[in-house]
Design a protein around this ligand. Structure first.
Ligand code: COA
Length: 194
């Protein structure tokens, strides 16, 4: 297991080709996919031929950024994933945070725990200048995780959707935290910037 980060109860590790079943299971739950596809699952073929290869390619392109499988540190159980990576067309020192967890893991603070650890690692070790995250305005759980991870609402916008899903009329939101803000908050807490 190639561990990327120990985050309290979670361990973030690299994906491997053996993770297909867990990803099919994760994306097979309409509740998990509600604010992503309107509930439509991702097919096994797409996971196997597109999603997982993209996750694996990230490790070759960027050091320290990518998609990380989240497993329970004590049992090794697959809980879902986090991503922390430059946006496809964005600056390499700006990291987009994202997460997708199995329904059985919701409501236990896991998304916040993993996100806080990634934000910290990004600023303290990876030279990130800004962390941002995007979600649908109506995805309140995701917005709450962003807030609890120290990010603040910076804009609401209306993107273009090929297949618009319920709630899209309320738009999407971007939350962000800059290095300067992170350093200021650490200083205010009396802690070191790293
Ligand atoms: C978003 C997601 C990762 C959150 O994971 P989680 O581990 O349950 O998150 P946490 O337990 O760390 O925090 C969730 C917070 O949202 C709150 N919350 C959950 N559902 C909510 C709702 N419907 N309305 C308002 N707040 C809600 C929780 O109460 C908690 O806040 P609190 O600690 O202040 O009480 C999880 O729901 C998920 O995987 N959803 C499906 C995929 C997804 O939508 N990903 C985001 C796409 S941008």
């Amino acid at each position: 297991m190639r561990v990327f980060l120990e985050a309290g109860r979670l361990t973030l590790r690299r994906f491997t080709a053996a993770d297909v079943d867990d990803l099919v299971d994760l994306d097979g739950d309409p509740a998990v996919m509600r604010y992503l596809t309107g509930g439509t699952p991702t097919s096994r073929e797409v996971i196997q031929d597109e999603v997982l290869p993209r996750f694996l390619q990230y490790y070759e392109r960027f050091t320290g950024f990518g998609f990380w499988a989240a497993v329970d540190t004590s049992s090794g159980e697959f809980l879902g994933w986090f991503h922390f990576r430059p946006a496809p067309d964005g600056p390499v020192d700006e990291a987009e945070l994202g997460y997708r967890l199995r329904r059985s893991a919701w409501g236990r603070g896991y998304a916040t725990e993993g996100s806080r650890a990634l934000v910290h690692k990004g600023f303290a070790e990876l030279g990130v200048q800004r962390v941002f995250a995007l979600t649908m305005a109506v995805n309140l759980a995701s917005r709450r995780v962003m807030e609890k991870s120290g990010l603040r609402l910076v804009r609401t916008f209306h993107g273009s959707w090929r297949d618009p899903i319920e709630g899209v009329e309320h738009g999407e939101v971007e939350y962000a935290l800059t290095r300067t803000e992170w350093e200021r908050e650490n200083a205010a807490r009396g802690g070191p910037a790293d």
